[in-house]
Design a protein around this ligand. Structure first.
Ligand SMILES: Cc1cc2nc3c(=O)[nH]c(=O)nc-3n(C[C@H](O)[C@H](O)[C@H](O)COP(=O)(O)O)c2cc1C
Length: 463
């Protein structure tokens, strides 16, 4: 895995955009890569005590460096140097093993004309002092405010070409100095093929017969079942469990939605999503109790849902209210021996992890969806997976491209055509010891069966 450090914590930095462009260079080469954005460093990391005792929330950051085959440092130029946050991060890394013999490449950017030349040379001094192997091909990107299009794409093909050439050189360099070929088969995805399933709602079936037929066409015999239709239309859907069983389909998990959700815009879903709004809570609670009874009767061990936007501040009244509601739901499902997964995306992985820590319910974890991290613009999905590692109970396999306009949705696209680095994703699943199910989800487009087949084939064919 290549770990790309976006070397500043300035919100909305151009560095983060360039880091994404660098990641795309490795993705195009079929190389596992992740972006570690220093803007996501936990506040606890900045306490002076961190030199002696590393806060738990810092661990995914330091591990991302320690477990990498090579590191690309993307640095902006701040006052003729690199940002203090980057040096502080370097100083928190475990030494000597974070640096010793590790291949490192550098990309510099600035609004001025030097493209962070000094910043990169100062970094080279530090990494050389710590005995890292430095890639000679450095990339400098001057006048950065004029050359990016807002989504990490370069208007100038020549600059993009420099990053491509560096990625090419770095993969070769890593092989030369460490003997590791990052394009060779890793075999990580293969071990998860038997764990594949399909989300029933993605197939948009009108009847359980149609669900069985469409599922058969996908070549997958495991599903995550949408429970609401069974609750709302028992006359039509009551026979679903029996039909699925007869067709040899295993229901690996369930899902339920909440009433009153409006997915029109990011703002509307923020107001209406999950169990957060008060005016829909009573109805939602009634439905949830019914869903829990259904899941128990069907013997479903795991159920996922969107909790809604989690408040960031533990002292806010909203925070306590949501914790109280979720504990009630967790207890209800816990009594039925069912694990719950909160869908990811609305908030950063770090916020969700912190929230789950506060919640403190043993049967509540995460339903990790890499595409949602991109759709909601909440950070790099591969690194987010590492941050949430121990909490991840099930994954959705879905892909997406990031929005060009902050505050709007990105676009959901067929698996393998978006911005999820799938090799990095499966490698990270293996590294965090994930053993749950992976359900293919497709919520856009008019050819769901075909897209789900594409997704299955991609997972089956990943090296
Ligand atoms: C604290 C600070 C100091 C900066 N100093 C320089 C500088 O010395 N030379 C330069 O060309 N640009 C300088 N810049 C502009 C950055 O190069 C510019 O913001 C660029 O977008 C990269 O930084 P970013 O990732 O924070 O966006 C500075 C920016 C900040 C925030």
């Amino acid at each position: 895995m290549i770990t790309i450090i976006a070397g500043t914590n300035r919100p909305g930095s151009n560095t983060a955009q360039v880091a994404r462009a660098v990641e795309a260079c490795y993705r195009r080469r079929g190389v596992a890569a992740q972006v570690v954005d220093l803007g996501l460093l936990p506040a606890a990391a900045f306490a002076p005590e961190s030199y002696a005792e590393k806060p738990e929330a810092l661990r995914p950051f330091t591990e991302a460096v320690l477990q990498s085959a090579g590191v690309v440092v993307v640095t902006p130029e701040y006052n003729g140097s690199f940002p203090g946050a980057l040096k502080y991060f370097i100083d928190l890394l475990k030494f000597p093993e974070s640096f010793q013999g590790r291949p490192v490449a550098f990309v510099g950017l600035s609004s001025g004309q030097w493209g962070a030349l000094r910043a990169v040379e100062q970094l080279q001094q530090i990494f050389a002092y710590r005995n890292a192997h430095l890639l000679p091909e450095r990339v400098f990107l001057p006048g950065i405010r004029e050359v990016l299009d807002g989504a990490g794409q370069f208007k100038d093909g020549e600059l993009a070409q420099r990053l491509e050439a560096q990625a090419e050189a770095f993969v070769r360099f890593i092989q030369q100095v460490t003997g590791r070929d990052l394009t060779a088969p890793g075999g990580y995805a293969r071990r998860y093929v038997p764990k594949l399933g399909v989300c029933s709602w993605s197939l948009q079936p009108e009847t359980p017969e149609a669900l069985v037929e469409k599922l058969e066409a996908t070549g997958v015999q495991r599903i995550q079942l949408w429970l609401d239709p069974l609750r709302e239309k028992p006359a039509v859907w009551g026979k679903a469990p029996e039909l699925l069983a007869r067709a040899g389909v295993t229901v690996v998990s369930g899902m339920f939605g909440c009433v009153g959700e409006d997915y029109t815009t990011l703002e509307s879903i923020r107001r209406t999503g999950g169990v957060v709004p008060d005016h829909t809570w009573e109805q939602n609670w009634a439905n949830i109790q019914e869903n829990a009874r259904l899941a128990r009767a069907l013997g479903i061990p795991y159920v996922a849902f969107h909790a809604g936007f989690l408040p960031h501040n533990p002292r806010a009244a909203e925070f306590g209210k949501l914790v109280e509601r979720l504990r009630r739901i967790a207890e209800l499902f816990g009594e039925a021996g069912i694990t719950l997964g909160l869908e990811t995306g609305q908030e950063s992985a770090a916020t969700l992890r912190e929230f789950l820590g506060h919640l403190g319910c043993g049967n509540v974890g995460v339903n990790f969806d890499p595409a949602n991290m991109i759709l909601y613009d909440q950070g790099n999905p591969v690194f987010a997976l590492r941050v949430l590692g121990p909490w991840v109970k099930q994954c959705h396999l879905k892909d997406a491209t990031r929005t060009l306009q902050p505050g709007t949705w990105g676009e959901e696209v067929p698996l393998g055509t978006g911005q999820v680095n799938w090799r990095g994703f499966f490698q990270t699943l293996a590294e965090i010891g994930f053993e749950g199910n992976l359900c293919i989800e497709r919520e856009a487009g008019q050819q769901r069966v075909a897209d789900i087949i594409t997704a299955r084939r991609l997972v089956e064919s990943l090296p």
